[in-house]
Design a binder for this molecule. Sequence first.
Ligand code: 5RP
Length: 224
Amino acid sequence: MEKLKKMAGVTAAQYVKDGMVVGLGTGSTAYFFVEEIGRRMKEEGLKVVGVTTSSQTTAQAEGLGIPLKAVDDIDVIDVTVDGADEVDKNFNGIKGGGGALLMEKIVATPSKEYIWVVDESKMVDKLGAFKLPVEVVQYGADRIFREFEKKGYKPSYRMADGERFVTDMKNYIIDLDLGVIENPVEFGKELKAMVGVVEHGLFNGMVNKVIVAGKDGVKILEAK
Ligand code: 5RP
């Protein structure tokens, strides 16, 4: 699995050219992309500026000596490479397994090219087997939780060390055990309409390319 993740991450780094502003994703697959950017800077003299999607990636990028800018200080990101938890045939996906979905979506939005790096186990017919992360403000979170229960969405709080996990943006994450999401676009709208929901992990139609690493090599899927 590590090998597949590395293959996907290293392949994605080929889309990064000198002088680009690059969105640096979060998670165990995006990790290899960030490492490869660091290697190219050191060994090939590549010059880029990074915009990170989590405190975890910031620490990694700083360790590699990648110069960083805040998302507020750039107009456009040339290319962002990130992982995903599930991807369907319509290029909709679930993200947020690593708890960084809000920053990831904010960085993805001004990106001219948005690429996901995944191993083949992430490719699915329908989204929803992976629990859908929903980022909510702490104030009133239990009310949203109870609303999700009433709707039958089987919510659970994301936990870390026995406490509720708090995101980099100081919010909670509620994971929804939905089984299948028949209409990700409509479901995303429903979640966004709930007061107190900051963002959800459905990234619908945002991605341009999905780099899938599998036993038979790397496939590059392009969205139309
Ligand atoms: C973090 C994410 C990750 O990109 C996603 O969870 C995939 O991670 P991994 O490559 O470790 O499976 O969305 O919030």
